[in-house]
Design a protein around this ligand. Structure first.
Ligand code: PXP
Length: 240
């Protein structure tokens, strides 16, 4: 059964809407873990629109599972990650104007820079994952620069409006996933996964972690965070 990493950025989004002290992502992480999540994921953005530096350091100290830090491959973040030492870092592309991460990293084009960042973070004892589209060229490049893990971007699958498009995207994910596993890398996936579309992705061969944020926090507003995490956890264990 794949493991569930819950992305709690949106808890901080609500707090930052009023530049207040609540809700606290650290408190949310306690509930998320009590409900059975296997990890906590946060994206420390360069513009600090939601998660703040204080959050990542407190989370590292308080959580009982694993901290997965999503970040851009820039000097400022590399310095923070080296100090924080989360269990894993997921390198993502970042644009200031985007609402959420759009598309995966272009590893082929940024090979030299990414290789340097990956190796630097690995030497600090951090597992490095690359967030990429289900594209075979990108996976080969990820393997060449010796990343340990690939997180496949499930956005195209999740956003597909027609059933056949969704099936086609799922096939693309599985083919990409097969190459990730064959290359000896850990296979994770995330983005846009929700209570309706998660089961086939959770059933992918070789999948280890799913990182899910928006759908869980959106549901939590209505049914509570504990319940929302529990429901997702039970869905990803279905068919296993
Ligand atoms: N994985 C990565 C790398 C992401 O950037 C995000 C969004 O922050 C997620 C997973 C979670 O996506 P969602 O909030 O759509 O579930």
């Amino acid at each position: 059964m794949p493991k569930l990493g819950v992305n709690i950025d949106h808890i901080a989004t609500i707090r930052q809407a009023r530049l207040s002290i609540q809700p606290d992502p650290v408190a949310a992480a306690v509930i998320v873990e009590l409900a059975g999540a296997d990890g906590i994921t946060v994206h420390l953005r360069e513009d600090r629109r939601h998660i703040q530096d204080r959050d990542v350091f407190l989370l590292k100290e308080t959580i009982k599972t694993r901290l997965n830090l999503e970040m851009a491959a820039v000097d400022e973040m590399v310095k923070i990650a080296s100090k924080l030492k989360p269990e894993s870092v997921c390198l993502v592309p970042e644009k200031r104007k985007e609402l959420t991460t759009e598309g995966g990293l272009d590893v082929c084009v940024n090979k030299k820079h990414l290789r340097k960042v990956v190796s630097f973070l690995q030497k600090k004892g951090i597992m490095v994952s690359l967030f990429i589209d289900p594209d075979l060229k990108q996976i080969k490049a990820a393997s060449e620069i010796k990343a340990q893990c690939v997180e496949l971007h499930t956005g195209a699958y999740a956003e597909a409006k027609k059933e056949y498009t969704q099936k086609k995207e799922l096939k693309r994910l599985q083919q990409a996933g097969d190459l990730v596993v064959k290359s000896g890398l850990r296979l994770n996936a995330g983005h846009g996964l929700d209570y309706k579309n998660v089961v086939p992705v959770a059933g992918m061969e070789g999948i280890e972690d799913l990182n899910i944020g928006h759908s869980i926090i959106a549901r939590a507003v209505l049914v509570g965070l504990y319940q929302a995490v529990k429901e997702m956890k039970s869905l990803i264990g279905r068919n296993r």
